[in-house]
Write a protein that binds this ligand. Structure first.
Ligand code: ATP
Ligand code: MG
Length: 407
C-alpha cells in the first residue's frame, strides 16, 4: 500500500461539484485476465461475479466491468475498509483504489484534490492516466497542469521520486477518478476459470499453500482430508476445517471431505512390511481422492509434496505412489524449499493453524524409517494380498462432507 489513507470522507468544507456527479467508486485493475484474448469475455464475466460475491452484504450499488477496468460503485464510502479487505481475496485483481469520481474536467480534479487531502503534504507528485483517449489533454499535460495548481495552492514541493503524497488521476469515459492510495491486489487468475481439482489437505504447512496456489491459478478446489479418527484424536481434522475456512475466502464455497482411513491402515499394517506402510497409505489416499474427484467433476489431484523434503517424497517414491491413480497429480510446491513454503504460509495466514500440534494419520502405525527407494512394481506386489477396490469402498463409506461459505 502506498500513499495516504483516504478512508476518511471528504472534508465537510470541501467544495465538491454540487450537481451530484461526484461519487465514490473503487477502481479495480486486472492483469493477466485482459491478456487471455480468446477467453477474455469469459474471464471478465467470472471476475465480475467473483467481485460481486466477495462484496455481498456491503453497500455496493453496482459492479461494472470494462475491457481494462472494473468499477465498483459504492453507496457508502464508509464501507471502504470492509471492501478493501474483501477484494484482497479476489484472484485476478492486480490493484485497486477508492476513488472520488468527478466530471472529466481539471476544475473537478482540483476540487477532488481538496476533498481527499487534508493539510499540505511536504512533497507530492501527480500521476495521471488517460484511459479515455477523447479527453483533450494527454496524461503528461494533466500531470503538469494539476501539479502546478497543487504547488501554488498548498506551497508543497514537487518530488517525483519519493513524494509524501501521490495524487492519482485516471480519466475514463465514466469520469475522472481521483485517489491518493493504491492497494496491491493478490494477482493470479479468477477462481472458476482454471478447472476443478481435488486437493489432499493434511493439516500440515505444505498442503494449504499448495491449495492456495491452485486457487490463485483459477482452479476451484475440493478438499480431502484423511484421518485415523477414531483410532487417534480428531485434531488434524479440526485444523483442516480451520484451514478450509481461510482458503474459502478465495472461492466463496468449499467442500471438505473427511475420510476415516484408520481401518484401511490397520489392514495395510498386517499385510505390508513396516517401512512401506506410509507409501501404501499414500497410494490408498490417491485412489480414494480419485473416486471423490470423479464424483465432483475434478480433473486432477493436488498435493503439497516437495522433492526430497522427507523420505516419502524422493523421486522414486513420488513415482511409485503416483502409479496408483490415473489422474494427474499436481504438485505446485515441488521445487520449493521448506523455508520458502513457510514464508508463503505466513503470508496467506495458514501457518499458525498448521503448526498447532496434531495427530496426523501418516503418523499412525508408521515406523521411524521409511523406504526411500521403491518402485511401482514393488508396491503393486505388496498390495496383491489386499482387496484394494473393497478398501477404497470401505473408506468412501466412512466419509463425511462439510460445506463452507464466505463471506
Ligand atoms: P504437509 O505439510 O502438507 O502435511 P508434509 O511435508 O507433512 O506436507 P507429507 O506428510 O509427506 O508431507 O505429505 C505430503 C502430501 O500428502 C501433503 O502435502 C498432502 O497433500 C498429502 N497428505 C499427507 N497426509 C495427508 C492427510 N492426512 N490427508 C490428506 N492429505 C494428506
Ligand atoms: Mg504432513
Amino acid at each position: 500500500m502506498v500513499g495516504r489513507d483516504v478512508s476518511a470522507l471528504p472534508r465537510p468544507d470541501a467544495a465538491l461539484p454540487d450537481d451530484g456527479t461526484a461519487h465514490w467508486a473503487v477502481l479495480v485493475r486486472f492483469g493477466e485476465v485482459a491478456l487471455k484474448k480468446g477467453h477474455r469475455q469469459l474471464f471478465m464475466g467470472v471476475l465480475r461475479r467473483n467481485i460481486e460475491r466477495a462484496l455481498v452484504g456491503l453497500p455496493v450499488e453496482r459492479v461494472a466491468i470494462r475491457p481494462n477496468r472494473c468499477f465498483v460503485w459504492l453507496a457508502d464510502a464508509a464501507a471502504w475498509p470492509a471492501v478493501r479487505e474483501r477484494l484482497g481475496n479476489v484472484f485476478g485483481i492486480v490493484g485497486y483504489a477508492l476513488c472520488l469520481r468527478v466530471p472529466p474536467t481539471l476544475e473537478a480534479a482540483r476540487q477532488a484534490y481538496h476533498a481527499l487531502v487534508g493539510g499540505p503534504p511536504a512533497s507530492f507528485a501527480v500521476r495521471a492516466h488517460r484511459g479515455d483517449k477523447t479527453f483533450p489533454l494527454t496524461s503528461q499535460e494533466i500531470e503538469r497542469e494539476l501539479g502546478a495548481y497543487i504547488k501554488e495552492a498548498t506551497g508543497s514541493r514537487v518530488d517525483l521520486t519519493q513524494p509524501e503524497l501521490t495524487f492519482y488521476v485516471e480519466v475514463q469515459p465514466e469520469g475522472m477518478f481521483c485517489t491518493t492510495e493504491q492497494v496491491a491486489g493478490p494477482g493470479g487468475l479468477p477462481v472458476g476459470t482454471g478447472g476443478n481439482v481435488v486437493s489432499l489437505l493434511s493439516g500440515g504447512i505444505d498442503s494449504p499453500v499448495a491449495s492456495y496456489r491452485m486457487l490463485k491459478r483459477g482452479c476451484r478446489v475440493t478438499f480431502v482430508h484423511f484421518t485415523s479418527y477414531p483410532f487417534t484424536d480428531a485434531s488434524s481434522w479440526d485444523k483442516c476445517r480451520a484451514l478450509v475456512g481461510i482458503l474459502t475466502r478465495h472461492q466463496f464455497e468449499s467442500k471438505l471431505y473427511a475420510v476415516r482411513l484408520g481401518e484401511v491402515q490397520r489392514r495395510i499394517v498386517v499385510a505390508v512390511p513396516a517401512q512401506y506402510r506410509i507409501l501404501m497409505y499414500r497410494r490408498m489416499m490417491l485412489r480414494i481422492a480419485e473416486a471423490i474427484a470423479r464424483r465432483e467433476g475434478c480433473k486432477a489431484l493436488v498435493t503439497g509434496e516437495s522433492l526430497g523434503q522427507v523420505g516419502s517424497q524422493t523421486l522414486d517414491n513420488l513415482v511409485a505412489v503416483q502409479e496408483a491413480t490415473r489422474l494427474p497429480v499436481l504438485r505446485p510446491l515441488i521445487g520449493m524449499d521448506k523455508q520458502e513454503i513457510i514464508a508463503e504460509a505466513r503470508r496467506i495466514g495458514t501457518y499458525d493453524i498448521s503448526i498447532e500440534p496434531d495427530m496426523d494419520c501418516c503418523q499412525y502405525l508408521v515406523p521411524p524409517r521409511v523406504a526411500t527407494t521403491s518402485t511401482p512394481e514393488r508396491l503393486r506386489g505388496l498390495e496383491s494380498s489386499l482387496d484394494v477396490p473393497a478398501l477404497v469402498d470401505l473408506a468412501l463409506s466412512e466419509t463425511e462432507v462439510e460445506e463452507f461459505r464466505w463471506p
